[in-house]
Every structure is written in C-alpha cells, then in structure tokens.
Design a protein around this ligand. Structure first.
Ligand code: WTA
Length: 653
C-alpha cells in the first residue's frame, strides 16, 4: 500500500456493527464475551487451548499443552496422540452428520459431485490403503499437483490419515518449481492428474509433472487421477514402469483403514512459500497444534453452523485452501463447496450462479477477486439471488475501502458482516480478524486479534508504536515449526529481530485509537501479486541466468486489480540491446522457472541502475520512479543522471 493509500485508509471513519440477530445467534456474541474470553486466552493460554483441544478426538491425551523450553522450537500438546483426518471425518460418522454433504464439487463445465462424510471416509480409506500398497510409510513426503477436484482433498486427507507428509504444489507452478520442491524434501510419490480445466482450456498437468520428475531420482511412482470425463479426453503419456492410475490402485481396496495414531508434533505437511532469497522455503506444520488452531478459528471466524454451505474460493494449493477448505471446516462438520474452474467462465457471473444454485451462506475470497468483480460490473451479481449469504470473508492482501464497500453492498446486500482475515502460510490459521457476531468492522481494517494472539505494532527496538512492524508476542498452536532442512533460516527469518521474544511476520501495520490493526503490506522483498507471494529475489536470480543480463532489480508496484504487480529493471551486458525478443525470452524464462502468475507488468532495460556509492541498488528510488513520485535529492547516487533516463524509459514502456 502506498503512503497516499494509507492516509485514505486511516481517514476511514465508517464503522459497521453486526446486527442484533447475528450477535444473538453467533458462537461468540457481543464485545463483552469476546473481551472476557480474549483475556482468559492471553492470561492462561495453556488452560484456554487445553480446553479447546478437549473438544476434539485424541487417542492419548497430551502431557503438556505448551512446551517452550527450547525457543523458538515450540511444542504443543506434546505427548498427545491424535489424527487430524480422524477429526475431519471419522468423528462425524456416528450421528446425523454421516449422510451430510461434506464436499459439494462443481466442475467448470457444470459437472457435479457430492460426497457425504461417509462417502469421503470411504474414498479416503481406499486411497490410504492404496498408498500403503505401493509402499508409502509414515513420514514419507508426497507431492500433490492437482486441479481443484475432490481427489485433491481426498489425497491430502489420506496422507494425513497414514502419517505421510503432504506437500501440495499449486497447479499454476511450472515443472522447474515442482522439481525444486520435490527434490528439496525428497518426495517419493507425486500425485497428479491427466489434466485440469481452466477457462475452457486444458491444463496439461501430467506433462508438466513428467518434465519435472525426469530429473528426480527420489520419485518412485506418479499416481494419476483421471479428471477428464470422456467428452474431451485429456491426452497424456503414461510410463508403465513408474505411473499408476488412481482408479486402478483404489479399485479393490478395503473401505476401512485405521487412522494412524500420530504424535502431536509429527509433521503434517510442508507448504513452500516465497521469502526474501531466491529459494522458496518449505514451511513445516505439525499435527496437534495446527489441528486445534484451524478447528477453533474456522468455528468462530466463520461462525460455522450445521446448516451452512461454506465456500472458500482459494485453491488448495495455497495455505488458505489447506486450512479453510479442508482441515478447519471439515473438523467442524461443515458442508464445503469446491469449484474447479475460473470465475469468468463461461461468463463473469459464474460465482454468483454457483452461490444461487447451492444457496451458499458463507463466502470467503480475496481482494483481487473482488476488484475484478467490480470491474466486470454490477449486472452479474444483480442477476442472481444472493439472499442465502449471511457472512463474507476476505484474505490474502490488504483490502481497499472501496472494494470493501462494494463487497458489502453488492454481494452482502448490506446485511452480511465481512471478516477481513490477516494471516500467513507460516501462522497456519487466522490471527487478526473481526468475529462476525462481535466486532464493529471498519472498511480496510483486519480489526482485532483472535483468541490467544498477543499482537502488537512495534519498532525495531521493540517499543509499541502507532505505526511500525507487526509482531506477535506469544506462540499459538498453529505456528510454523520450522523451515524444512534449514533451522537456521527459520530462526533468522522469524525470530532474530527482537531477540527471539516476538514472532516477526514481515508485515507493516498501524494501530488506531480503538486498538484496531490496519495491515499495510510487506516490509521485506516479498510482493503480494493477486495474493500470491513472490520474492523479488526469485525473479532477479532467474534473470541473471540469461546470457544478456548482468544484473536486475525487481520491485512491487501498485496494480488496480492485483493489488500489487511487479516491475523489473534489467541491466544488460555489453553488446546486448533491449528488444521485444529479449523481453519475450525473459518472460518465458520466468514462466518456465516459476509460472505465468509471476510475470511482471513491465520490464525496463537499462545500462545501469541507481546505486549508492558503495554499490547498493536503491530500490526505494526505483519504487518512486514507478509511482511517479518526486525523487528529491539524488546527489548521493554514484551517477545521478541515471534516474532521469530511467524515469523516461519507465514512462515510455
Ligand atoms: C498478506 C495468505 C492484509 C500479508 C493467508 C501476509 C494480508 C501475506 C491479509 C501472507 C489481510 C494476508 N490483510 N494483508 N487480510 N491476509 N495478507 O502466506 O502481507 O500466502 O504476510 O498467506 O499476505 O500470504 P500467504
């Protein structure tokens, strides 16, 4: 967010309290109830989280709720034995929920599938048995590269059931990205599909995986889900020695498979995310704490009730899908809607058609999507009956007040509370958020901390300030437990800033007089493009692989729909000239190494970049050039004239 945007946000005085009806029916109703519970959770977190954990199934109770003897390697519910898949599915089979819809799936071409909790249980058990039959054991790492089909949830839950560690890779990543992730954690199985459907086109997922695993000796088998339903078969190669059809290996499997009794601190999954270096980090989440945290946040933030139809539009390839499509809602026995395709296929009204068709009551999406809906026009939501909606959510990036107001009015009919939820891959679940039956909301603010979250805005010295760095003082059950294979980087990235006393998320924030948090955006070299985290260093290290490139600097720039986009400044080696051809080559390289979603808005070729006399690229200045700001005094630069030439090049581009 730019300084100007921030000022507008801070001038925001509108406030929207929840209706009396909502307050009266909510799990947590009214500010007094929130304050009392919040205080208890901060004063005695072990009692608070111990009581929450009691609501779930444990094979053996824990010895300690929180073990902080080896900071920052916290342990939650140590000594306890449980299984998150059991809590998502088996726990609901005894009563009325057994035949309740767990997953309602709609494909892009209107295909429909409904899995009750009992169906889901059987599918998971069969696939768990199939995985065991091909030699998968507890602790093995399994990569999952699937479109948004029910088998994605089934695969994730099956891994959890047998204690294998899943590493889901978003299906927009390239084969090189898959390869890096598979090799980093030595996955022995990759689960993919023959293809997927996106805006009427076929995503050749199997082909991308074939390229990725050609160089991965650790991969023994590729399991292939057949997603095409016949009308238009997805073509794919099949390697008889390595590849297995999903439907073949589940066919004769028994419909029961015991859920493994796992230690609370057994690794549940890895999810790779971008950081400030060229190499993505494998974020580690473990079983017990993540389970308890996603259970409780889902229940209270989305105020889940048995009759709800809950739709989170994220992809399971990102943390939002892990925590708030699969694990959190299913632990609460919620009916979860999953949609495979694009929001603008066959037209821009698809989401509202789906809301009407399934009477969706809770809708959770990203600001970038909301801004796209605004641009597409009010006529699309206006055409549909959206009266089933009772609660709206937002996640992934700061939401601008204009988009917030549009969302409230055009989608929520000025009746639904909006929960703007701030959190990260690393936090496992939502940390700062309104509670829908409690918090008067202000457009653009994530408002107040969730139970057990001791958040503060502080400066580099750890002093509380109105504006500064966001920090969290106490650990919570869902916190990441490490970076795969790199404990030092874990300590450095998140715990070094304030001598290990606070968790550092990498975001800037402000706090207003009501104690509300306003998240400003990243303060490190990570850019949030349409809510997807991209490390600028990742792109920079890709560019220099090209023989024409000597050096580069990538920055985040404001973008009307995406929130932020990328701009790349590229210094060419002697003898090379910037051209459309070169631009294409650099874009191809990024698409090939990361994926198309990481392409920059602009590439500016230059013979030099603004540097200090000690040779450091001044990114702040590049950002000012990109936003057309007055550049002020540039005399400390090694070569001040470079700025003017970059400015005109940027504008011409
Ligand atoms: C940003 C996504 C403002 C933030 C769940 C964070 C937000 C990064 C919000 C994490 C929000 C997420 N308001 N900013 N409600 N939610 N962010 O790991 O910069 O993909 O650090 O997790 O997204 O992105 P990640």
């Amino acid at each position: 967010m730019s300084a100007e945007q921030l000022e507008t946000v801070l001038a925001e005085t509108r406030s929207f309290p929840p209706s009396d009806d909502f307050v009266n029916a909510a799990h947590i109703g009214g500010m007094d109830a929130y304050k009392k519970k919040y205080q208890e959770s901060i004063e005695n977190p072990e009692k608070f989280w111990g009581d929450v954990a009691e609501e779930l199934h444990w094979f053996k109770k824990w010895d300690t709720v929180l073990d902080d003897s080896n900071k920052p390697f916290y342990k939650w519910f140590d000594g306890g034995k449980t299984n998150i898949c059991y809590n998502c599915v088996d726990r609901h089979l005894d009563g009325a929920n057994a035949n309740k819809a767990a997953i309602i799936w709609e494909g892009e071409h209107g295909e429909e599938r409904v899995l009750t909790f009992r169906d889901l249980y059987r599918e998971i058990c069969k696939f768990s048995n199939a995985l065991k039959s091909i030699g998968v054991k507890k602790g093995d790492r399994i990569a999952i590269y699937l479109p948004m089909v029910p088998e994605l949830a089934i695969a994730v839950l099956s891994c959890a059931r047998i204690g294998a560690v899943h590493s889901v890779i978003f299906a927009g990543f390239s084969s090189e990205s898959i390869k890096d992730r598979v090799l980093d954690s030595e996955c022995n199985i990759v689960i993919t599909s023959d293809g997927g459907s996106r805006r009427g086109k076929i995503l050749p997922l199997k082909k991308i995986v074939d390229e990725a695993v050609a160089d991965c000796d650790c991969v023994k088998n590729v399991v292939v889900v057949k997603c095409s339903s016949g009308a238009e078969p997805y073509p794919c190669d099949f390697n008889e020695k390595r590849d297995l059809w999903y439907h073949d290996i589940v066919k004769d499997q028994p419909v029961h498979c015991p859920a493994e009794e796992l230690d609370a601190e057994d690794m549940l999954f890895l999810l790779y995310t971008s950081g400030t270096t060229g190499k993505p980090k494998g974020i580690i989440h473990t079983t017990g704490g993540y389970m308890v945290y996603t259970y409780l946040t889902s229940k209270y933030v989305f105020d889940l009730k048995p009759e709800d139809v809950y739709w989170c539009t994220a992809d399971v390839g990102w943390i939002t899908g892990h925590s708030y499509i699969v694990y959190g809602p299913l632990q609460n026995a919620a009916t979860v809607l999953m949609y495979e395709g694009a929001p603008n296929f066959p037209d821009e009204g698809r989401f509202w058609e789906i809301v009407e068709k399934y009477a969706v009551s809770i809708f959770y999406t990203a600001p970038t999507a909301i801004r796209a809906f605004m641009k597409w026009g009010d006529e699309f939501p206006e055409k549909r009956d959206l009266s089933s909606l009772r609660l709206l959510g937002s996640v992934g990036e700061p939401i601008n007040p204009e988009a917030w107001m549009w969302y409230r009015d055009k989608i929520g009919g000025n009746r639904c509370p909006i929960v703007d939820t701030w959190w990260q891959t690393e936090t496992g679940g939502i940390l700062i958020t309104p509670l829908p039956g409690v918090t008067p909301t202000k457009p653009g603010s994530a408002t107040l901390p969730f139970f057990g979250i001791d958040a503060a805005v502080i400066d580099e010295d750890g002093k509380e300030q109105q504006a500064g760095l966001l920090s969290v003082r106490k650990p919570w059950p869902g916190i990441l437990r490490g970076i795969y294979g790199d404990p030092e980087r874990f300590k450095e990235t998140y715990w070094c800033k304030w001598k290990g006393e606070y968790y550092f998320p990498g975001d800037g924030a402000r706090k207003d007089d009501d104690g509300y948090f306003w998240i400003v955006g990243r303060v490190d070299d990570v850019v949030n493009v349409s809510g997807h985290r991209i490390g600028t260093a990742e792109l920079e290290s890709i560019y220099v692989e090209h023989p024409a490139v000597a050096e580069s600097a990538v920055i985040g720039i404001p973008h009307e729909i995406k929130g932020q986009g990328l701009a790349s400044f590229v210094i060419l080696r002697k003898g090379f000239e910037g051209s459309d051809e070169l631009l294409k080559e650099l874009n191809n390289l990024v698409a090939q190494k990361i994926g198309k979603f990481a392409l920059p808005e602009k590439i500016v070729f230059s013979s030099d970049l603004p540097k200090t006399r000690s040779g450091k690229i001044m990114r702040r200045l590049l950002r000012d050039i990109a936003t057309g700001k007055d550049l002020g005094n540039v005399t400390t630069l090694a070569d001040p004239s470079i700025v003017e030439s970059l400015k005109s090049k940027y504008q011409d581009n």
